[in-house]
Design a protein around this ligand. Structure first.
Ligand code: SPV
Ligand code: MN
Length: 626
């Protein structure tokens, strides 16, 4: 008899014990037993993913008041604490063994010290509570992409969210060989307030122990910090990908529908709240995933899967005009967990939903009325900007049929986009793989958003949009990306996009949110060699005539030459300043930066300087067209 199993038995029903015994992996028993011991839970619930177990999880989330039922069937709402409304960068740290050097830009703590702290915070955290055990398959099960995950949590809301967002994994664990590896997460919301939110937010800790493939999360409920398979397991997957020669990326995946019924797949990396989900959701296209992709070289072709099977999306600005598809789902019967919205008479409301909001209700601050102030005298909005919805992808009519293809989908293009008010044009194509990875991916600059706790609008470098999740030396990450493409026979085209370019002088956005649809259609044509381009110093730019046709066809809009010139003018001083900032970031923070990064940026600088000598500081795209 296994000692761990024996130790766990008194905390479980006979049924749960049987479910656990059916998994023949003693490391599973060991992790559950150690978590149970540390957290001192009263009971353990093993979720086998049967309809009955899944219903039980949902029902418990409601019974414990972590979620409240809304009017429409299948809808519930969950609130996180007022100080727990986004990913917490300060509280998220890598446990780094003594003597190992990690890039300065990564938040880290000595491993031993961090383990003592995390375990101290989790000690006795589940006294009088049930610990829920969930098994998950990251990526389609039984495929070369599959990574298994196991989470122990005391939050029924977290366990319920995992249902909507991930592929179930109990059966995969059951059928796996006894020594199958898996990622481990132990999470506790910690002490609770009367509103069922984490009370001790000052003691929040999200520690990543990559030596043991384990994540410790305490005193938080916000899904990005607590749903282990979202950004927590992602950090470990990036490390595994590094050793095994594939890529784990913060990318959406979508099928773009082109002429003659063809479908071409793209993946795209954007920092949080920079248009990733809305790109993947463009009407008329199909979505494979909106947040995390694993990409492998299979037969010298880049193939990608969605790690998840649902969306934990930002609800702000989801309205019938800008996001019709998801708006419909959020207003239909079916399972949805809303978080941090405003609730009034059983109905959820959010900012930018396209209709008026009630003047009172319940929100993340508790009972709310218009004009209510927080502890610093600041007015509390009706709903949080980072309010979200969780839905299964299969609930969407635009879900791509290849979602569960164990071989993934073939990527023909990859895009990188940030919140860049000043420099980059709305869309451009790189000269080659290396140029794209360095000038668009590694140089991705953005402004901080409400998706992470802290000040908004602070410009920063966010390499490949994975800066918050990279768990290997940053230079190594750049090398891995460079290497990956070099080995492919069919190299995806690389594009840089920028939905946030502002007009010089008046600061107005130069594009509407719908314009991204034109850019993606242009990329699709480029993949098939059906659109021309202009060779500018920063990449290939679209030609006016092609965009004009696309604006008409896709959006029914007339696209003026004047708008084109404003949007696609190469701003030399801004581009040179950007290169300076990127170089400085790597020089100061990333000791293992590959020389190639500096070379490619130097070449770009050179091209810009030469163009400036010929044409001046601000160069119309048409100057390059000959
Ligand atoms: C993001 O912030 O990038 C998200 C949401 O996708 S979460 O990671 O869950 O915070
Ligand atoms: Mn994300």
């Amino acid at each position: 008899m296994n000692g761990y199993l024996e130790a766990l038995r008194p905390k479980m029903s006979e049924k749960c014990y049987e479910k656990l015994c059916a998994i023949k992996n003693h490391k599973v028993y060991e992790f559950i037993a150690k978590s149970s011991d540390m957290c001192n839970c009263e009971k353990i619930f093993i979720c086998s993913d049967s309809a009955e177990d899944i219903a039980h999880v949902r029902q418990q989330a409601i019974a414990t008041e972590e979620e409240t039922v809304l009017k429409l069937e299948g809808h519930t709402v969950h609130f996180d604490g007022i100080h727990d409304q986004g990913r917490d960068r300060q509280a998220t740290k890598y446990l780094v063994p003594r003597g190992v050097s990690f890039s300065k830009a990564l938040n880290q703590i000595d491993r031993q010290e961090g383990l003592v702290e995390a375990k101290g915070l989790l000690r006795d955290s589940m006294k009088d509570r049930t610990m829920i055990v969930r098994f998950i398959s990251l990526g389609p099960p039984n495929s070369v992409f599959t990574i298994l995950g196991l989470q122990c949590t005391d939050s029924w809301y977290v366990a319920h969210s995992e249902d909507l967002l991930y592929r179930t994994g109990y059966e995969v664990f059951r059928q796996s060989e006894p020594n199958r590896e898996f990622l481990r997460v132990v999470h506790s919301t910690g002490k609770l307030t009367a509103n069922m939110t984490s009370a001790e937010y000052g003691k929040k800790c999200i520690y990543i122990d990559y030596m043991d493939s384990t994540i410790y999360s305490a005193n938080t409920q916000y899904a990005g910090n607590s749903v282990g398979f979202k950004k927590l397991a992602f950090r470990l997957a990036i490390r595994q990908a590094n050793y095994e020669g594939w890529l784990a990326e913060h990318m959406m995946i979508m099928g773009v529908h082109g002429p003659g019924g063809r479908k071409t797949y793209f993946s795209g990396a954007f920092p949080s709240a920079c248009g990733k989900t809305s790109t993947a959701m463009l009407p008329g296209e199909t979505i494979v995933g909106d947040d995390i992709a694993y990409i492998r070289d299979i037969g010298s072709v880049a193939r990608a899967v969605n790690v998840e099977s649902g969306i934990f999306g930002i609800i702000q600005d989801v309205n019938p005009d800008d996001d019709a598809l998801i708006y419909k789902v959020l207003n239909s019967i079916g399972e949805v967990i809303f978080s941090n919205v405003l609730v009034n008479e059983g109905k959820p409301y959010w900012l930018g939903m396209g209709s008026e909001l009630p003047k009172e209700g319940v929100n993340f601050s508790g009972e709310w009325h218009e004009g209510k102030k927080d502890e610093n005298g600041k007015e509390i909005p009706a709903a949080h900007k980072n309010a979200r919805y969780a839905v299964a992808l299969k609930a969407l009519e635009n879900c791509d049929p290849e979602l569960d293809n164990p071989m993934g989908v073939e990527l023909s293009g990859i895009l990188y986009g940030g919140r860049d008010a000043r420099a980059y044009v709305p869309v451009q194509q790189s000269f080659d793989w290396e140029h794209g990875i360095i000038a668009y991916g590694a140089s991705l600059e953005t402004e901080t958003t409400f998706a992470t706790i802290g000040k908004e609008g602070v410009p920063e470098i966010n390499m490949m949009s994975t800066q918050d999740f990279i768990s290997i030396p940053l230079g190594q990450n750049v090398c891995n990306n460079l290497e990956f493409g070099r080995k492919l026979k069919k190299v995806p085209l690389v594009f840089g996009v920028n939905y946030f370019l502002r007009e010089r002088g008046n600061g107005k956005f130069l594009n509407s949110p719908q314009d991204k649809h034109v850019w993606i259609k242009w990329m699709e044509l480029r993949v098939h060699g059906e659109a021309g381009a202009i060779r500018a110093p920063t990449g290939f730019l679209p030609k006016y005539e092609d965009l004009k046709k696309l604006f008409k066809r896709v959006l029914g809009k007339d696209y003026s030459k004047e708008d084109y010139v404003k949007q696609f003018t190469i701003r030399v001083p801004e581009n040179l300043a950007k290169i300076e900032r990127v170089q400085r970031f790597y020089q100061e923070n990333v000791s293992d930066t590959p020389a190639e990064l500096f070379e490619i940026l130097d070449q770009q600088r050179q091209r810009l300087v030469e163009a400036k000598e010929r044409f001046g500081d601000y160069i119309s795209p048409e100057s390059f067209e000959w």
